[in-house]
Ligand binder design. Sequence first.
Ligand SMILES: [Zn+2]
Length: 214
Amino acid sequence: MSNHISPARSLNAFNCSRCKVFAKQDWFFLTGASQPSGFGAQYQNDEFVLSKCNSCGEPTIWHGQSMIYPLHATAELPCEDLPEEIQRDFEEARRIANLSPRGAAALLRLALQKLCVHLGEPGKNINSDVASLVTKGLPPKVQQALDSVRVIGNEAVHPGTLDLKDDQETVQKLFRLINFIAHKMITEPREIDEIYSGLPPDKLAGIANRDSSK
Ligand SMILES: [Zn+2]
């Protein structure tokens, strides 16, 4: 999850838009032919390029810096431990991220607000919610990261509103931050609980005794 590299025109390897595997990509300029056999008049425009994945062999098509096919596959998938409603917002943001980064960012700030509520915070002020989550184990650097994408801090944008400054980079960071927070605050505690509850009953009793004798 944390190693997801979104496809970009400048990269020779990324998580493929088709198979999702991190793989080397071969780049080609697209050429058009007036005959299906490839004979006849040829047309080429350097703006249109294709990256071919070395893992699945499928093409991703670009116009300039923008991926134009497939349309909704640049972002990582939502963390499976996110509540269903937030996963739906996340998926919707993934579908529109290429066409409307501002729309996607607005949805993601809303999803983040819902995540704060899910984690037991009031959800009225993301700034104070995140500060509270830091006291519960969220790394303090997440605050700076959220500041950099204008979720909290001086230039914070209200969840659900459009921000002129939102671009692809901001949107990709928001996807990653939501998954990171879900992983830290939901997945990791669950995994530790699973390890703990897998202990034999006499061990658990021993731990209980030790803790109560302190
Ligand atoms: Zn692939």
